[in-house]
Design a protein around this ligand. Structure first.
Ligand code: FAD
Ligand code: UDP
Length: 375
């Protein structure tokens, strides 16, 4: 068998981008994945000609021109702009929090009116924190109340967040909610980034391009074949869970997992939008994705009487499920740091990606990281 410069464990975005950049400088890579397909969580399955995001909706967004130019040099991107809608007890609200949301919540029309309304609510939250002698928000609940006030917190944040994370908002880190913009304009674009879109033809094309110069072995778990695999390459790039690499010697890191219920429906348009969040505790799923809206716009949507939707149910990770979201609370971050110290002392193993770095990485963060490593 051939000898490789790198054995890359995981054919997700980190592994595939690493393989591409290594190929560019003449390195040979063997990329393995325990799943039966490449792409990691970006993988799409074509059902009735619709690219179904099998592991959750993925929207590419970045403000980094180098990252955007890099992905566009590989595939073309469409004009998809994420504008999710929140359904709370049958009433709809636009996201992220903007003038449309404030109108739907309070009937405010002008930015000044909305500012006053939010200002009153923020003041209440700030006074409450002062009474308790708290200077900085200590958790997600306090952060959200300071950011948008009680009305929005109760209808659009508390239930959704508790379902997604399985923890009370008062027990979650504040940073999770800091990503959500609050805007005084009528703008439903979920992201603040300069560039956004979905690869034309789906994410598999991007991954195939990234892996085109490498050998790929699927259905191959590193830990089942470690002794045979290690002699094949000089170095290892590991993108799986870091605690698993060290046989959980300090204990297990916690993750959230998501169960996807995919349904094919004989209708052209189920919900009129790619993403609808269900923010009330009474609905068991967090959101419904209707995949055709990622790639079909305007009249194209109604051309065929078929659509695919996915309901997302969030729960605690167990070894039988896929780890998706690292739970970056203090206990888990401290535990991760112990594993990181072991990883830092390895000479021939690189740890990278969402699972190996136990970081809430978006796709552009992963690419940025790999581009930096090769610079
Ligand atoms: P992964 O995609 O998890 O790849 C790791 C790979 O390693 C997997 O294929 C796994 O099978 C393999 N592996 C693990 N252990 C082993 C082993 N022992 N042997 C062999 N193979 C192994 N980002 C955005 O930018 N926009 C979004 O809209 C967005 N939405 C998301 C929605 C959800 C539900 C989730 C979970 C993530 C989302 N992300 C989004 C983040 C995005 O998925 C990640 O940034 C990206 O997938 C990280 O790539 P990765 O290679 O680090 O990890
Ligand atoms: N969030 C919320 N209500 C919503 C959407 C998001 O409260 O309707 C909160 C929730 O705490 C979530 C965080 O905002 O974890 C970040 O959401 P985002 O959609 O950016 O993250 P994703 O789940 O896609 O990684």
């Amino acid at each position: 068998m051939a000898h490789y410069d790198y054995l890359i464990v995981g054919a997700g975005l980190f592994g595939a981008t690493y393989a591409f950049k290594a190929n560019e400088i003449g390195r040979k890579c063997l990329v393995i994945d325990r799943r039966g397909h490449v792409g990691g969580n970006l993988y799409c399955e074509s059902i009735e000609g619709i690219n179904v995001h099998k592991y959750g909706a993925h929207i590419f967004h970045t403000s980094n021109k180098e990252v955007w130019d890099f992905v566009n040099s590989l595939v073309e991107f469409n004009r998809y702009t994420n504008s999710p809608v929140a359904n709370y007890d049958g009433r709809l609200y636009n996201l992220p929090f903007n003038m449309n949301t404030f109108y739907q919540m309070w009937g405010t029309i002008t930015p000044l009116e909305a500012q006053q309304k939010i200002g009153e609510q923020r003041k209440e939250a700030a006074e409450e924190m002062r009474r308790q002698g708290v200077a900085e928000p200590r958790n997600l609940e306090e952060q959200a109340l300071l950011l948008v006030g009680r009305d929005i917190y109760e209808r659009l944040i508390a239930g959704y967040t508790e379902k997604q994370w399985g923890r009370k908002c008062s027990e979650l880190p504040a940073f999770i909610i800091k990503r959500l913009p609050v805007r005084m304009v009528y703008d439903n674009n979920y992201f603040n980034d300069r560039y956004q879109g979905i690869p034309v033809g789906g994410y598999n094309r991007l991954i195939e391009r990234l892996l085109s110069g490498s050998d790929v072995m699927l259905g191959c778990d590193f830990f089942d074949h470690r002794d045979k695999l290690l002699p094949l390459a000089d170095k290892v790039v590991y993108t799986g869970p870091i605690d698993r690499y060290y046989d959980y010697r300090y204990g297990k890191l916690e993750y959230r997992t998501v169960r996807f219920e995919h349904e094919t429906l004989a209708m052209c348009n189920f919900q009129g939008n790619a993403v609808v969040n269900y923010t009330s505790r009474a609905v068991p799923y967090t959101r419904i994705i209707e995949h055709k809206h990622f790639e079909m716009f305007g009249d194209e949507v109604s051309k065929r009487e078929v659509t695919v939707i996915s309901k997302e149910y969030s729960s605690e990770w167990t070894e039988e499920s896929e780890p998706y979201y690292p739970v970056n609370d203090t206990r888990n971050n401290d535990l991760y740091m112990k594993y990181k110290r072991l990883a830092d002392s390895e000479k021939d193993v690189v740890f990278g990606g969402r699972l190996a770095e136990y970081r809430y990485y978006d796709m552009h963060n992963v690419i940025e990281k790999v581009l930096d490593m090769f610079r």
